[in-house]
Design a protein around this ligand. Structure first.
Ligand SMILES: O=C(O)CCC(=O)C(=O)O
Length: 286
């Protein structure tokens, strides 16, 4: 298992990440990491956290499942977070001096399910604020660009706060939503109707193989991923990383996911740099 970068993150990739807020990184992880995460994901699905939810179940019983913050109970995820080159990749892209791990989230779709993730942003609704935050989106199976997560390049720089899709509404089982939030008090405007004219918004996504990842700034508008052909499922592991300017922020409007309680229990308060064993420092430039 290769704990070092198997190739450098290029200057072009770093520039694209800053300009567009998203970049495809081909061949960034070797197959050992992909297999390890896949094993972890199987465990995660067999023994989900209390947060796990089915976001969609269609008439044929096909599902889209989400879970998050499972890493503390899954050795494979821990090994990836602490020993893989992921933190260094995030550090290079964000030109950071230090990188803390924030949390993991998985998105698993049955073959043929049509469900698409609604367009949304992440960081404006996190319990952390900062421009220097990024997600590594890693499919553990091959995925075509029309079924992969899509992005609006440059939207990470928009100042507006948009009405956020309430993911608590994705709840076909009527399960009590643990992170139910009311975003209506903060947002100034609706997200544009991106699906009406994806070209106008420059919507981008890529064909990907296991070992590739997309890195995106957590403020970017992203969504889609789905509309799968009958013989194709999708298993995605994502990891969220914090760069230099990330600070804890408890948002009055509610948060998704809301870490305020566990942060407080760990002695963390608004304005602090996320740390402790909850958000471990994984990488330093030195
Ligand atoms: O893969 C998906 O469907 C959604 C991923 C996502 O929204 C995220 O990683 O923030």
């Amino acid at each position: 298992m290769n704990t070092e970068l198997i190739r450098k993150v290029s200057k072009d990739e770093i520039d694209t990440f800053h300009q567009d807020g998203v970049v495809l990184l081909k061949d960034m992880f070797d197959q050992d990491w992909v297999e390890l995460l896949d094993k972890g994901l199987t465990k995660n699905l067999e023994d989900p956290t209390y947060r796990a939810r089915t976001w969609d179940r269609d008439a044929e019983g096909r599902t889209m499942t989400w879970d998050s913050q499972a890493w503390q109970n899954i050795d494979e995820y821990q090994k990836f977070i602490f020993d893989s080159p992921a933190a260094e990749i995030a550090g290079e892209l964000m030109k950071a001096s230090k990188i803390n791990f924030y949390f993991d989230a998985v998105f698993v779709r049955s073959p043929g399910i049509q469900f698409s993730t609604p367009w949304h942003q992440d960081e404006p609704y996190w319990s952390v604020e900062g421009y220097d935050t990024c997600t590594l989106w890693m499919p553990l199976v091959p995925v075509k660009k029309e079924n992969a997560l899509a992005y609006v390049p440059g939207s990470h720089r928009l100042e507006s706060s948009f009405y956020q899709y309430n993911f608590g509404d994705l709840n076909p089982d009527g399960k009590t939503q643990v992170d139910q939030v009311d975003f209506s008090k903060v947002a100034e405007m609706d997200l544009p109707d991106i699906d009406a004219d994806p070209e106008k918004y420059g919507v981008i996504s890529w064909d990907m193989q296991p070992g590739d990842c997309v890195a995106f700034n957590s403020r970017i508008i992203h969504g889609g991923s789905g509309k799968l052909p009958k013989d194709r499922g999708l298993r995605v592991f994502t990891s969220k990383w914090l760069g230099d300017d990330a600070k804890i922020k408890f948002r009055e409007c509610g948060m998704d996911p809301d870490h305020s309680q566990i942060m407080t229990e760990h002695g963390l308060k608004p304005g602090d740099r996320p740390g402790t064993d909850l958000y471990p420092r994984i990488w330093d430039r030195s």
